[in-house]
Design a protein around this ligand. Structure first.
Ligand code: S3P
Length: 208
């Protein structure tokens, strides 16, 4: 097992992970509280590739927080900004990209992610999401009295879209290292499948 994933809480490592040659950007999608940002940042460290967080990029571009954007300009403006920022980030060299929970609902964003990137749905149930989001009070859609019910409703509305991601990885109550390990397994299996298909001549020139 990687020293970085030994489950002892330390993420240091002396050698980059063998999967460091990420061919495409890896996009994490899923609900608020699924762990996209924490998992994405650590995964980027393990793979030795850059990390981008779409919400942080929106905030940097707007010069205010996501909450302030919702308040001052409304959700539709936020969604338009979110789309622009993600389309821009998808043009950057391969990296790990954590998206906001609503981003994958946007048709154009979803189509561009499918065309240019590898997508992973970090799947978690409403109870776990509710527990995790309780740690922060920054999410405008959750500023109400029944956060768990809101999360359950959004999850129901959104899950068929999330399920369009290339892969689904469970984000359960265990440490983030477990989720990272699952993502690394997905990437390794994908790499092996591509190598096998290439060796068997399954792809025409330029298919990859
Ligand atoms: C949202 C999720 C948030 C943020 C905004 C809206 C959503 O990001 O983009 O508050 O619609 O689910 P996180 O998923 O990173 O919390």
């Amino acid at each position: 097992m990687d020293a970085s994933l030994a489950g002892n809480g330390s993420m240091f490592q002396c050698n980059p992970h063998p999967m460091h040659a990420l061919g495409k950007t890896l996009v994490l999608v899923g609900m608020m509280g699924a762990g996209k940002t924490s998992v994405g940042r650590r995964l980027a460290g393990v793979l030795n590739v850059p990390f981008r967080d779409a919400d942080a990029e929106i905030e940097a571009a707007a010069g205010c927080t996501v909450g302030q954007i919702f308040e001052r300009f409304g959700e539709p403006e936020f969604r338009a900004g979110e789309r622009r920022v993600i389309l821009r980030l998808l043009q950057e060299p391969p990296h790990i990209l954590a998206t906001g929970g609503g981003a994958f609902m946007d048709e154009e964003t979803r189509a561009r992610i499918k065309e240019t990137a590898i997508s992973i749905w970090l799947k978690a149930d409403a109870d776990l999401l509710a527990e995790r989001v309780a740690r922060k009070d920054t999410r405008p859609l959750l500023r109400n009295n029944d956060v768990r019910a809101t999360l359950a409703r959004l999850l129901k509305e959104r899950e068929s879209f999330y399920a369009e991601a290339d892969y689904t990885v469970e984000s359960d109550g265990g440490p983030h290292e477990q989720t990272i390990k699952r993502i690394l397994n997905v990437l390794e299996e994908r790499e092996t499948a591509i190598e096998a298909a290439t060796a068997a001549g399954a792809f025409g020139a330029g298919a990859l």
